[in-house]
Design a protein around this ligand. Sequence first.
Ligand SMILES: C[S@@+](CC[C@H](N)C(=O)[O-])C[C@H]1O[C@@H](n2cnc3c(N)ncnc32)[C@H](O)[C@@H]1O
Length: 274
Amino acid sequence: MSCCPAEAVPSQQGGGPHRLVTGDCLTVLSGLPADSVDVVVTSPPYNIDLRYRAYRDQREEADYLDWMVAICTELRRVMKPDGSFFLNISGSHSRPWLPFELIVRLRPLFALQNHITWVKSIAIGADSTGHYKPVQGQRFLHHAHEHIFHLTRSGHVKLDRLAIGVPFKDKSNIARRGHAQDLHCRGNTWFIPYRTVNSRAQKFHHPGTFPVELPLWCIRLHGTPAPLVLDPFMGTGTTLLAAQREGGRGLGIDIDPSYVAIAAERLAADASPC
Ligand SMILES: C[S@@+](CC[C@H](N)C(=O)[O-])C[C@H]1O[C@@H](n2cnc3c(N)ncnc32)[C@H](O)[C@@H]1O
């Protein structure tokens, strides 16, 4: 289990309509009411020895999988029956099986309603977009994508596809196919590059954030107005920022008080930009 002392005593701070909790998510989740959350968007530690401030991202794989299954069991309990759980996770060159091992372990708990591929960088023909890190050695390709597993309790949750739709390239399709608006489904590959950051401070002193568009698109796709959005591994609060921008309420949990403080600052700055 985590070595962080904050785990023992969860503490809370406000953030406008949001709730930010410092503590171990398994403990905090067990105190939340059942059937209460509209959308979960989260990216857990990937067990790849990433240098977080408090959490040690290196467990025995079996222990990591058991831990994640216990957390996802709680997430299923707190989700509304028509809620959505978007789980962002990735393998690595050293642990390529991990996301697949996990998703198979979650099969008794959830329907895998959609499997979205988050494309972080892409080459089309001779052109490339997004950030390409140098690859060590000769065995592996540049890691350009991550998984977003869309898990639901029933597999029958209605979505608002056009809330993240894209305009038709061929406008004649609109009338010909009887579409009400100039939008079609985006599909299950989402190209969201990282914004270029020029300084360490811009990275919010956190090694593993996702771009705000990722939770924003998940929340819009789920489609509930003013949703309650939960991130049990909140980090710097990107999911809560997206919830705020969509007129929702966020509930964020992180084991590390310094990340919770950064999340509170980001939410406040975003609520009153000047
Ligand atoms: C991949 S990061 C999430 C980053 C976040 N999506 C963002 O954009 O900032 C995973 C987070 O899980 C937190 N964490 C690790 N163990 C935890 C636990 N038991 N309970 C709550 N948070 C935990 C880490 O401190 C880290 O901030």
